[in-house]
Design a binder for this molecule. Structure first.
Ligand code: WTA
Length: 671
């Protein structure tokens, strides 16, 4: 792709492809009942900006109304719904009690081995959130203390998140698949004195020792951390032989000690922090994305309603993990703010059989399914007979998130899961955006497989070249957001400078205090067509997307360089049929070390220890040198091309051009 926006053969080919782009209309049966059907919404929001976001704020219950929708006097430190006061736990739990207290808030489906599914009503959720909030307070958690959570998909995770929100303590959830080292890094970065974790959990029928990993992480933390441990495994965890330490508390004991406790929801300012989420960026250090109470909750509630078409009486199924932003926004906060039934599934889609998801959808009569293209590609590979065995007619809408979806997978999803009766929303967004940004409104816009759709109403998205000029339709450029929106991150935790550097510096006049001069850059490449549909092409920084999981190549490189005997490493993403991208590592060893299986094993282990199994390299190639520019920068593009078996580009600026052929031969001989 040519980022300068000049015509190149690839673009011409793409234009031809777009011309024959298939278009699908929203199914009539869906349109009839949809939450948003008025196509004038785009114009209305544009004319009435930023007051158009009052409607989103109106979805929430405020203790005190806000003064201004937007305060943009100090860009890029925008403030939304200024001086408004509210509590997220109240909004997601208490206010539904009167009308929906007996309805299910969380429908928890466990791994079949220990099937003890729980239907947690709003009433029960209220009780447990209050009890755990009281327990956290007793442990000493105060307003604005960051509580870290390191838990898989068990109900205590959303309970703990909402308990924190209730007492005004921001949470920082660390994906349970991350390593002990990743946990320690995040505990230290947030200076977090409290952790909620569990003894273990099941994967494909086997108990996993999570507390062992937690304890390793705690040993690496640079301060003491009070830890609450949920007993998920019961006697099945006995084999791991853990005893709780002095500053470790059993979750059930704490909750029992606070039975019946009620905790008044703390009044939070709209701009007070709701949570932190660490995500990968260009450097080795994960970024602590800060989201606030008013704007984030308004954004997730509004998009849940407008895009996912959630209604209180729905049973809504998002198959993501709460350890990532998708689960925060669209399993916990958005759906619960709307008072719906949100499902959470603990296990994997192929255990005990490849029918598991379809069986769950049939059993619970789910109305929506929201999942990732990588999962859809697996379903497609397994075959249509698995969904065909089940009645999926309860489904009304399908969604995808996390990476571009190829038209073939889109059409498979449309036909075999949605029976051509459900619209698909292909939602582009990021940890930093808080919620959806680019997607069709399911009853308003036609769908074009492979293209996410137009920017949501009220958003100003432009595809620009390196000179910040808008590119012609069909040409590749950079996705930018030209105006602020309520769900946006407010800063990187305790690092305003890096916040500006990472997201704004590229396209903004950073000396200006005129908001017009500030442009948000999400680091994605994209194209736009003449109907303003945006096709996202992928990251243009050193972030790769493995099975919808966002990983920093620098983080993986530093893990590999930490392995004894490794001198230098370069990591790139190579195309992968199922995962979207896979990790390719090119490694230079120190004198005296052999690039053998043992070494390869140690490198893979090093990456798993530092980050987690999701970052495991697909391929490790030993090479005496890496292709570098004359200024000494590793030429990642070339390594990516090699990983993709693509034609090699121009290598004339290489310091060591011969090395490219050598590396390519090694990759392709499987050596
Ligand atoms: C990518 C996940 C194409 C994109 C919600 C973005 C997508 C990164 C899509 C954010 C989509 C997400 N089409 N690409 N529908 N959705 N992405 O922070 O590169 O884990 O920048 O948030 O995923 O990943 P993150």
């Amino acid at each position: 792709m040519n980022m300068a926006g000049e015509a190149d053969p690839e673009d011409v080919e793409l234009e031809a492809h777009l011309a024959e782009q298939e278009v699908f209309e929203p199914p009539a049966s869906f349109v009839e009942q949809a939450n948003v059907t008025d196509e004038d919404i785009y114009e209305e929001f544009e004319e009435n900006w930023p007051e158009c976001w009052e409607g989103a704020a109106d979805l929430l219950s405020w203790d005190e109304g806000y003064d201004e929708v937007l305060d943009d006097s100090n860009p890029p430190f925008y403030e939304w719904f200024t001086d408004g006061k509210l509590n997220a736990s109240y909004n997601c739990v208490d206010r539904h009690l009167e009308e929906r207290g007996d309805e299910v808030a969380l429908e928890w489906v466990g791994e079949p081995v220990e099937e003890e599914n729980r239907s947690i009503t709003y009433e029960e959720l209220h009780e447990e959130v209050n009890e755990f909030a009281a327990a956290l307070r007793d442990l000493g958690v105060g307003e604005d203390d960051v509580v870290t959570m390191y838990m898989p998909m068990i109900p205590e995770l959303p309970v703990a998140m909402l308990a924190c929100a209730r007492i005004g303590a921001p949470h920082s959830v660390v994906f349970a698949g991350f390593s002990a080292e990743a946990l320690a890094t995040r505990l230290n970065a947030a200076d977090s004195d409290y952790l909620v974790t569990c003894d273990g959990y099941y994967r494909r029928g086997d108990p996993l020792d999570h507390l062992g990993k937690t304890n390793e992480g705690l040993a690496d933390a640079d301060h003491d951390v009070d830890t609450v441990v949920v007993d998920r495994l019961g006697p099945n965890g006995d084999d791991f032989g853990h005893e709780l330490g002095d500053d470790q508390y059993d979750y059930d004991d704490l909750v029992a000690d606070h039975a019946g406790a009620e905790v008044e929801p703390v009044e939070r300012d709209a701009e007070d922090m709701l949570f932190l989420m660490y995500t990968s960026g260009t450097t080795g250090q994960p970024k602590g994305v800060k989201h606030t109470t008013g704007g984030y909750l308004a954004w997730t509630a509004w998009t849940s309603q407008a895009v996912l078409d959630i209604k209180p009486e729905d049973t809504y199924f998002c198959a993501a993990d709460i350890g990532w932003i998708t689960g925060h926004s669209y399993i916990v906060y958005g759906p619960l703010a709307l008072g719906t039934t949100s499902m959470m599934y603990e296990g994997t889609p192929d255990y005990p059989t490849r029918e598991r998801l379809w069986q769950i959808i049939e059993e619970y009569e789910a109305d929506q399914l929201y999942t990732a293209p990588t999962a859809i590609r697996s379903f497609m590979k397994w075959g249509e007979e698995y969904p065909a065995n089940h009645d999926l007619s309860s489904l009304r809408l399908l969604g995808t998130v996390g990476e571009p979806i190829n038209p073939r997978a889109w059409k498979w999803y449309y036909k075999h899961i949605g029976n051509e009766e459900c619209p698909i929303v292909d939602t582009w967004w990021q940890t930093e955006t808080g919620g959806h940004m680019v997607t069709t409104l399911p009853a308003v816009n036609d769908m074009k497989p492979g293209s996410a759709g137009p920017a949501l109403p009220g958003l100003d998205v432009e595809i620009v070249d390196t000179n910040a000029e808008q590119v012609e339709p069909g040409r590749a450029g950079y996705l930018t957001v030209q105006k602020p929106w309520p769900g946006m991150l407010r800063t990187l935790y305790q690092n305003d400078e890096r916040f500006i550097e990472e997201y704004w510096a590229e396209y903004s006049d950073t000396d200006s205090d005129d908001p017009e001069d500030w442009v948000y850059f999400p680091e994605d490449g994209a194209k736009i067509d003449d109907e303003d549909y945006i096709t996202v092409l992928g990251r243009v920084d050193d972030v790769i997307n493995v099975s919808g999981h966002r990983l920093g190549t620098m983080e993986i490189e530093s893990a590999i360089v930490g392995v004894e005997g490794v001198a230098e490493a370069a990591v790139v993403g190579g195309e992968h049929d199922l995962k979207g991208e896979a990790v390719y590592a090119y490694v230079i060893l120190e004198e005296g070390y052999d690039g053998d299986e043992e070494m390869r094993g140690r490198i893979v282990e090093g990456v798993e220890d530092a980050i987690g199994p999701i970052a495991r390299p697909e391929s490790v190639v030993f090479t005496p040198e890496l292709p570098k520019t004359r200024s000494g920068k590793i030429m990642r593009r070339l390594l990516e091309d090699i990983a993709n078996e693509a034609e090699l580009g121009d290598t004339s600026t290489l310091q060591n051009p011969d090395i490219v052929g050598d590396i390519r031969d090694k990759v392709h001989s499987g050596d």
